[in-house]
Write a protein that binds this ligand. Structure first.
Ligand SMILES: *Cc1c(COP(=O)(O)O)cnc(C)c1O
Length: 424
C-alpha cells in the first residue's frame, strides 16, 4: 500500500502499515485525550467522578423512558424488523421523524427530507463527505466539537475557524465568518444548544446567521443533537425555521434527548423549502454515500415512530429539571474556586466552558497538566479545553447525578487550593 508522499509506509517484509492520512487526525478527537487523562487515575484511589464526557445514561436519574424501552422490545418481538432496511431508512421511521421535526417549523418536512444514520456522528460524516469538492472549505466554530475537524481532515475538506465569543454568551463572530468565507466555502456549522459551551442561541442571532450564510451562498449545517435540552431563558429555536432564507441541513439523534447514545439512531434532515439542495443535487451525494455504508439497526428504526409519538412530556421535563439542577450546582461551585472563571452560565446541553487562570497556580503548566494531575490526585476527570479548540480552558459536563457532581467539584476545589500560588 502506498500512501501520502508515495513512499511505501510499512517497514520490513509486510506490505501493510500505518496510514499517514490517519496519523494526521489520530489526536483530533475527544476520546484519546480523555483516555490520556484517565490513565492517571490511581487504581486504589478515590471513586472516579466522570465530568469529562457527555454520556449520562449510566446514572439512574437519567435513565431513558420505559416508552422507548418498550418500543424496542415490541419492535424486536414483532419480527417485522429482522430485515435489511432501505438505504435512507425505513419509511415509517422517516415519516415519524418528518412529523416530529415539523412540529417546530413554519412548513412541513416530507419523509424524503429525512435520511437515517448511525447516530448524529454518521450524519456528520456523510454530510461532510457529500459537500467535498476539490479545494472546498468549511467554517467550523471554535471552541467546537472536534469530530468535525477530524472528518473534514479525513475527507479533504479544509477547516476554517470562526470564534464563539464568551463575552457575548458564546455567540458566533459573524464578521469573522464573512472574512473567512470565499468562493470555495461550502457550509458553516452551528451547534445549538452548544457543545462545549452550554449556550443557546436566540432567534435573533440565528436569523443573522441565516442572512450571513445566504449572503455568502453557503449552506448551514445545524447540529441540533441537544434539541430541546434547554433550561435557561432562551427557548430552543431550530435553524430549520430559516430554511426559506438559507438551505439548512439539520443533524440530530435520539442519543441526547432520550439519553440512549448506544442505540445509534440519528438523522440528516434537509430544511430546504425552496429546493436548493435538490437543484444542486447535493442530496444525490447523500443517497450515494448512504448506499455504500451500513444502516442503523432495523429494529431501532422500527421503534422510532412509537418513541417519537408516545414519549411523555414528564420524561423530558424530568431530564431538563435534573440538568437545570446540576447546571446550577456547577455554576455555584465553580464560582467558589479562585483559579477558574466561568464566563457564561450554561442554559442548555450538558457542558460548560471554564477558563483556567494559570498565574494563580503554582506547578501547573497547562490544561492537560491540570487535568492529568487532577485525575491523579482526586480521580476527577475533566476534559482539557485544548481538545475542543481552547487551550487552557476546561470543559466540564454537569450531566451526572447531583451527588457525584457535588463531590467532583468539591475535590476540584481542594485540588485548586492545594496547588494555589502561595507567593502572591
Ligand atoms: C454527542 C454529539 C454528537 C454525536 O451524537 P451521536 O448521536 O451520539 O452520534 C454530535 N454532535 C455533537 C455536538 C455532540 O455533542
Amino acid at each position: 500500500m502506498e500512501n501520502g508522499g508515495g513512499k511505501p509506509v510499512a517497514a520490513g517484509r509486510w506490505h501493510f502499515g500505518v496510514n499517514s492520512a490517519l496519523t494526521k487526525i489520530s489526536d483530533i478527537s475527544i476520546r484519546p485525550v480523555l483516555n490520556m487523562v484517565m490513565a492517571n487515575i490511581p487504581e486504589d484511589g478515590l471513586r472516579p467522578v466522570p465530568l469529562g464526557h457527555g454520556d449520562p445514561s449510566v446514572f439512574p436519574c437519567f435513565r431513558t423512558t420505559s416508552v422507548a424501552e418498550d418500543a424496542i422490545v415490541d419492535a424486536v418481538r414483532s419480527a417485522k424488523f429482522n430485515c435489511y432496511a432501505s438505504t435512507v431508512g425505513i419509511l415509517p421511521a422517516r415519516r415519524a421523524l418528518a412529523e416530529y421535526l415539523s412540529r417546530d417549523l413554519p412548513y412541513k418536512l416530507s419523509p424524503d427530507d429525512i435520511f437515517l444514520t448511525g447516530g448524529c456522528t454518521q450524519a456528520i460524516e456523510i454530510l461532510l463527505s457529500a459537500l467535498v469538492r476539490p479545494g472546498a472549505n468549511i467554517l467550523l466554530p471554535r471552541p467546537g466539537f472536534p469530530f468535525y475537524e477530524a472528518r473534514a481532515a479525513f475527507c479533504g475538506l479544509e477547516a476554517r475557524h470562526f470564534d464563539l465569543v464568551p463575552e457575548k454568551g458564546w455567540e458566533i463572530d459573524l464578521e469573522a465568518v464573512k472574512a473567512l468565507a470565499d468562493e470555495n466555502t461550502v457550509a458553516m456549522v452551528v451547534i445549538n444548544p452548544g457543545n462545549p459551551c452550554g449556550n443557546v442561541f436566540t432567534y435573533q442571532h440565528l436569523a443573522e446567521v441565516a442572512e450571513t450564510a445566504k449572503g455568502l451562498g453557503i449552506a448551514v449545517i445545524a447540529d441540533e443533537v441537544y434539541d430541546h435540552l434547554v433550561f435557561g431563558s432562551n427557548p430552543f429555536v431550530p435553524m430549520g425555521i430559516f430554511g426559506t432564507t438559507v438551505p439548512v441541513f439539520t443533524v440530530g439523534s435520539i442519543s441526547k434527548r432520550w439519553v440512549v447514545p448506544g442505540w445509534r439512531l440519528g438523522w440528516i434532515a434537509t430544511n430546504d423549502p425552496t429546493g436548493v439542495f435538490r437543484e444542486t443535487k447535493v442530496v444525490d451525494n447523500i443517497t450515494t454515500l448512504l448506499n455504500i455504508t451500513t444502516d442503523p439497526a432495523t429494529f431501532i428504526q422500527g421503534a422510532i415512530p412509537h418513541i417519537l409519538q408516545n414519549t411523555k412530556d414528564d420524561f423530558f421535563k424530568k431530564t431538563i429539571d435534573t440538568l437545570k439542577k446540576t447546571a446550577d450546582i456547577c455554576w455555584d461551585k465553580l464560582k467558589e474556586i479562585d483559579c477558574v472563571t466561568c464566563p457564561h452560565k450554561p442554559e442548555g446541553s450538558m457542558f460548560v466552558m471554564v477558563k483556567l487562570d494559570l498565574s494563580q497556580l503554582e506547578d501547573i503548566n497547562d490544561d492537560i497538566d491540570f487535568c492529568s494531575k487532577l485525575a491523579k490526585e482526586e480521580s476527577v476527570v475533566i476534559l482539557p479545553g485544548g481538545a475542543v479548540g481552547l487551550k487552557n480552558w476546561l470543559r466540564v459536563t454537569f450531566a451526572v447525578d447531583p451527588s457525584s457532581l457535588e463531590e467532583g467539584l468539591d475535590r476540584l476545589k481542594s485540588f485548586c487550593q492545594r496547588h494555589a500560588n502561595k507567593i502572591k
